[in-house]
Design a protein around this ligand. Sequence first.
Ligand code: GLC
Length: 494
Amino acid sequence: MPAPPWWQRGAIYQIYPRSFADSDGDGIGDLRGITGKLDHLQDLQVAGIWLSPIFTSPMADFGYDVADYCDVDPVFGTLADLDELIAETHARGMKLILDWVPNHSSDQHPWFLESRASRANPKRDWYVWRDEPNDWMSVFKACGRAWTYDETTRQYYLHSFMPEQPDLNWDNPEVEAAMHDVIRFWMDRGVDGLRLDAIAKIAKDPLLRDHAGAAIRHDEDWQDSIHERLRGIRRVIDEYEDRMIVGEVALDDLHRVVAYLEYGDQLHMAHNFVFINQPWDAEAYATSIADFERVAERTAWPAWFLANHDNPRPRSRFDHDGLGAERARAILVLLYALRGTPFIYQGEELGLPDARIPPGRVVDVDGRDPERAPIPWTPDAPGHGFTTAAQAWLPFVDDAATLNAATQAADPDSTLNLTKRLAALRLGGEQRMLSLGPGIVAFTRDDTHLVAVNFTDRELPLDVTGELVLSSDPGRTAVSASLAPSEALILLRR
Ligand code: GLC
């Protein structure tokens, strides 16, 4: 058996660069800040780091509106800073992947400036222009329709997200070739792979038909063209060794997701959005896990995640009965124990909640500021080791004084130290779901380890024997006949 590829050997840690570490005191995180914190990631034994976009951008969507795909925005540093980050990451045995945003550019990208200049411009067809809009809506509710009228040439252009993010026209082969060249630019620089932003959107119904009355969506995931385009991307990636692409495939139908992974000629992994959307309920999780295994066990390697920069954090999402802290720890155990690659979003290893954002400090168009609060590295207000500025670009979470990384590092029972223990475990082998009673999600790994998670707030009987490997409950010292409320436990079977 050949050794598994690097992206199956450990967690991938998502950095949202604005909020990770600020090296120059402007209140916004940057690349040198990240390089200065690589020890933290090495301690977590991550296999790879995924950086949310660091490219030149007017920041309407904080980097997901790219004005130059092949340069670094000054707010984050320089290309030289990125080269240094890549080298330092590699020196520590970790990989680095970037966030490639192929569906749309910034409205300030030179391509769009040309495209909007006149109907006869050679780049006109690089974007999607029409006399009349159809009924497609922006993904962001606040943006309303997915079309904006442009006075200069008196037509509408398509934007699946903000008006500042015009959709590129992937039906035009010149666009596809240009975006392939972007991939080569970064692979040549030593980047180990890409996260593909909003990837289902790069193939739409070329006739731009209305949704109304249609059985399927017309504004994404379009028929054969999505798969042809993914194969094209993969061919470029395979010009290089040991690279990986993981897609933001935000579709609810697992069969559709698996269609992006089958046959080994499209994506290596796809984020499982069904999993992140589960309520705090044993049956919901068990079904979601079993469904993926049933649909994909032989054809696709799972990519599990519970948090990212677009979703409320587990600690807050599951806090309805004030049990968010315990639940966030328990679900972290589940995440690491599952067969597949766990994706960890910065701050998840600290069990951070969402931040409270006063109305005057809201900056995101889609309500995502709370999960983007800066990382508190130390107990010291006001900058918490994140910044020396008087104010960070977003407020810190409540309780940064206790939830910060330094305080947690010193506490053996902290979520940070639980995460380190989980990372060191590296459970392997087959996964088999078990039924240990209502309220419990349980499975074995390799027949040797048993994982059980209590999704209720009651103590539940546990009829298994074995040696305690770890528990999310700091009070536990041995395997007993019960599971504590919201406890996740891993044991070595006897
Ligand atoms: C993806 C990103 C999100 C961004 C959007 C538009 O969903 O994760 O943050 O706003 O694409 O690029």
